[in-house]
Every structure is written in structure tokens, then in C-alpha cells.
Write a protein that binds this ligand. Structure first.
Ligand SMILES: [Fe+2]
Length: 218
């Protein structure tokens, strides 16, 4: 029996139930690879809370792309993206571990970070937000907060370790302003490899049916 977890985001208080955790686990079964039970529960709780406080029911309901306005995957979901990045990252770390006796990394943080690195997309990819930002970019920016920024907010609110919040916040361009941790360096390159290989392999869609249509100015 898991401890009850409450996540408060954007004025909504979400009580995370076992059913909600199971739904997240079904979409990203690699969460079970995390050996620390407390960390595993926090990853499940962070995702369940983030989804419940957003306009999305499932991770797979989000546009499967790198940014809100970039082209989506031809096949596969946003959950598949995070699963693949995590699996690539673990394979990379295991390769270095087998080659270099002194190579030390935190496997649980790597997996949790990989599965949470894009958690802030619940904000950046919300079609209502996109529509609002587009209506007046001078009001709150466009996007107002990218997924790394909002990801940090979710991670810290859900009491994930700072090492995981760091991966959410600095896996992308934001990380050029600081020194990335080892685990974040691996996630960063796994993430960039994913999108570059997808593009080179012709696996991006030819058209974007996800973004709400732009309203024409008169
Ligand atoms: Fe990503």
C-alpha cells in the first residue's frame, strides 16, 4: 500500500490514487526499473498530479514532438519518446560502465530523470495555452514558460530530488547556462540523438494536425 500523496499545482489540489499511479505505469513501464521505492512513488505521483492538474488525461494525449511548434512523430507517443530517451540513456551508461572501471553514475536518478525530463510539456503543449499565447504574445510570452521551466516547478512541487528537477530544467538549451550533472549530460545527448535520428530516418510527420489552427488577423 502506497503512502497517500497530494500534489498542489496551479490552484488544484490533486490526491494521487493507486489507480492514477497504475495508469502512468502502464504508459511508461520503465518506471518499474527504479530500485528505490520512494523515488518510484514520487515519479508516479509527479506524473499523475501533473496530468490531473492539466488538460490531458494521458501522457499519450500530448503532441509527440520536441517543442510545442515542432513537427510530431509519424508514429509513437510522447510517452514513447520519454521511454526511448530513458532506454538510450541507460544503454549509454551501461556501455561506459562496462568499459571504464572508474565510471560511476546514479542509475535511479538517470531513469527517473529520463522519464520526467519532459514532464513540463503538460504546460507548454496544452492547446488552450498555445491559443492564449498566440492571441497576444506580448502579454505573457510565447510560450510563457517552456517545458524545462515548468518541469522544475512540477518536480519540486512533487518533492522529487533536485537531481531530477535539474534534468527536467536543464536537459535542453537552458542547460547551456550551467554545468550539467553526469546523468543530465547523458539524458541531454540521448534526447538530442532521439530527435536527430528520428528526423534523419524520415520518422517526423509531413504535417502537423496537433496545433490548434491559427486565427487569422483582419
Ligand atoms: Fe525530450
Amino acid at each position: 500500500m502506497q503512502e497517500e500523496q497530494t500534489v498542489r499545482l496551479r490552484g488544484k489540489t490533486v490526491v494521487v490514487t493507486e489507480e492514477m499511479r497504475q495508469k502512468v505505469l502502464e504508459e511508461m513501464p520503465e518506471i518499474a526499473w527504479i530500485s528505490d521505492e520512494g523515488l518510484k512513488a514520487k515519479v508516479l505521483g509527479a506524473w499523475a498530479g501533473a496530468l490531473a492538474a492539466s488538460g490531458f488525461d494521458r501522457i499519450g494525449d500530448m503532441k509527440p514532438s520536441g517543442n510545442y511548434d515542432s513537427m510530431p512523430l509519424r508514429a509513437g507517443t510522447q510517452a514513447d519518446h520519454m521511454r526511448s530517451v530513458t532506454r538510450l540513456a541507460v544503454a549509454m551508461a551501461e556501455e561506459f560502465d562496462s568499459l571504464l572501471p572508474g565510471f560511476k553514475y546514479d542509475r535511479d536518478i538517470l531513469i527517473a530523470g529520463g522519464l520526467c525530463h519532459d514532464i513540463g510539456k503538460v504546460w507548454e503543449f496544452d492547446p488552450e495555452n498555445v491559443e492564449r499565447w498566440r492571441a497576444d504574445p506580448s502579454n505573457s510570452g510565447m510560450p510563457s514558460i517552456r517545458h524545462p521551466g515548468y518541469g522544475v516547478h512540477i518536480c519540486l512541487t512533487a518533492e522529487l530530488p533536485e537531481e531530477v528537477a535539474h534534468i527536467a530544467g536543464a536537459h535542453s538549451g537552458e542547460g547551456e547556462l550551467l554545468t550539467r550533472s553526469l546523468e543530465n549530460t547523458i539524458i541531454h545527448w540521448a534526447d538530442y540523438s532521439f530527435w536527430k535520428i528520428i528526423e534523419s530516418g524520415g520518422q517526423l510527420a509531413d504535417r502537423d494536425d496537433w496545433l490548434p489552427p491559427e486565427k487569422k488577423a483582419h
